[in-house]
Design a protein around this ligand. Structure first.
Ligand SMILES: Cc1cc2nc3c(=O)[nH]c(=O)nc-3n(C[C@H](O)[C@H](O)[C@H](O)COP(=O)(O)OP(=O)(O)OC[C@H]3O[C@@H](n4cnc5c(N)ncnc54)[C@H](O)[C@@H]3O)c2cc1C
Length: 438
């Protein structure tokens, strides 16, 4: 590593490198290693071992918990590692861990190919894949981690390993859902699928009609095909209306979507129907402006079996009271291929859930921290009777108790993950994360 890749406070680029998506996180690492290669990552790990430094790992820097940045330790910053190579014939792509979904999709879609990513294009491929990966394509092709074929990992000992179904298969199982607990992934090999135009957009309804609209929606999604995915959003429109949007992505042309989508588009009818045919890369950016980089965020979530009437009552009573008009409550639909994959195929769990519910506080001034955090917690508390105890590891906040972290890894799987952790990282070198304690 060149000396100019190691940053300390006061150096040009230090403040930019330590900043992440969640503006609430304002930590100061003693040292930032701006890695550009696997060799740099190995060197950074050895530096931390020798200096007995706490380590944090930054991929896309998007995680709400903010574990990408530590105070006083060494931040291993992978964000300069941006290489993406597509093998069109093999339908695979190799990507480095600093790549964001928007960058990845732009390269693969140019070849008419894609892999399931997240719903916001400025999210990193690394953290999202290692936690599982829920996105619009999960009905057709499963979670992101289901499409991971192989990885290169730098271990806590500074060794470089390959992990896939044939080599270090226990490690490969664990990193697909177990996050950054086992090592630093320096290369991801993904399976790609054909990708053409999509028909996508928002249907906007008044929140006051949520019970009626969601009663219809619940029946509608029971028979909707794998080639479409929906998310319900309780939010305020720019002019302050308490709205409920149904975000729709159908993988096919407007003509192909017509028969399937027409009943959903007609029901209500919506105040606005913003659904149109577009490239996948555009659909992947639909929500970007709702969650700008640098705002202050606090997030609570759980999986759910159903959108129960009681849950709708809680959400419609709490949503209008959100202190910030940028906050949202999202109810993701999980169906199709993600649910058909065998539970033991990867560490990622909770495939039998039908929804994921996320209460997202989003505001700009530190003066408003208390009010916004309180609204998220109160809404989440009130929703508890209608939610599962399980939670998506990538949506955990930074202040979660140990039992929530266990719940994220799923019953029975936590113990299996501990066994893998003991083998690859017995001293818990990688502990600044949703930690699996060896
Ligand atoms: C606005 C927004 C939208 C989102 N949408 C979705 C969505 O649609 N679907 C979904 O599934 N999730 C979604 N998420 C959650 C997302 O999956 C997580 O925030 C994820 O951790 C982001 O990855 P990152 O690399 O950007 O984050 P980072 O903050 O850089 O990393 C998160 C953690 O992952 C670990 N890590 C990162 N890179 C590596 C690596 N190369 N090797 C080992 N460990 C590593 C580290 O422990 C790090 O602390 C969203 C998050 C946000 C903020």
């Amino acid at each position: 590593m060149n000396p100019d890749q190691l940053l300390v406070t006061g150096d040009a680029g230090y403040d930019q490198a330590r900043r992440i998506w969640n503006g609430m996180i304002d930590r100061h690492p003693a040292l930032i290693a701006r890695c550009t290669s696997t060799a740099d990552v190995v060197e950074a790990v050895k530096l931390a071992v020798e200096g007995k430094l706490t380590v944090s790992v930054k991929g896309g820097g998007h995680n709400v918990a903010g574990n990408a940045v530590c105070d006083g330790g060494l931040m291993i910053d992978l964000s300069p590692m941006k290489d993406i190579q597509v093998d069109v014939e093999a339908r695979t792509a190799t990507a480095q861990p600093g790549v964001l979904w928007g960058e990845f999709d732009a390269v693969t879609v140019a070849h008419g190919l894609a892999t399931p990513g997240g719903q916001v294009s400025h999210t990193g491929i690394a953290g999202l894949t290692l936690g599982g990966g829920l996105g619009y394509l999960m009905g057709l092709h499963g979670a992101t981690c289901d499409n991971l074929l192989s990885v290169e990992v730098v271990t806590a000992q500074g060794e470089v390993l390959t992990a896939n179904q044939h080599a270090n298969a226990d490690l490969f199982w664990a990193i697909r859902g177990g996050g950054g607990n086992f090592g630093i992934v320096t290369s991801f090999l993904f399976r790609l699928h054909p990708m053409g135009p999509v028909t996508a957009g928002l249907l906007i309804h008044p929140q006051a009609r949520a019970n009626e609209i969601l009663a219809f929606y619940r029946e509608f999604i029971k028979t909707s095909p794998d080639c479409m995915n929906t998310t319900v959003a309780f939010m305020k429109t720019p002019d302050g209306l308490d709205a409920m949007a149904i975000i729709v992505v159908y993988f096919g042309t407007a003509e192909q979507s017509e028969t399937v989508l027409r009943p959903l588009r007609n029901f209500g009818p919506p105040l606005a129907d913003l659904i149109a045919e577009m490239p996948y890369t555009q659909a992947q950016k639909m929500a970007d402006h709702l969650v700008p980089i640098g705002n202050r965020y606090y997030w609570k979530s759980n999986f759910a079996d159903a959108i129960a009437d009681g849950l709708i009552d809680v959400l419609t009573s709490k949503a209008p009271a959100m202190p910030s008009p940028q906050s949202m409550i999202l109810v993701f639909e999980m169906s199709g291929e993600i649910q058909r994959k065998h539970r033991d195929s990867a560490a990622f769990d909770h495939r039998d859930c039908n929804h994921e519910v996320s209460i997202i506080g989003n505001w700009t001034s530190s003066d408003d921290d208390a009010a916004n955090i309180a609204w998220v917690r109160e809404t989440w508390d009130a929703a508890q009777p209608f939610l599962r105890q399980s939670v998506y590891v990538n949506h955990l906040s930074g202040d979660e108790p140990a039992e929530r972290i266990r719940a994220a890894y799923g019953p029975g799987k936590y113990d299996r993950l501990v066994a893998v952790k003991r083998k690859y990282d017995p001293r818990n070198f990688f502990r600044f994360n949703q930690n699996i304690v060896p």
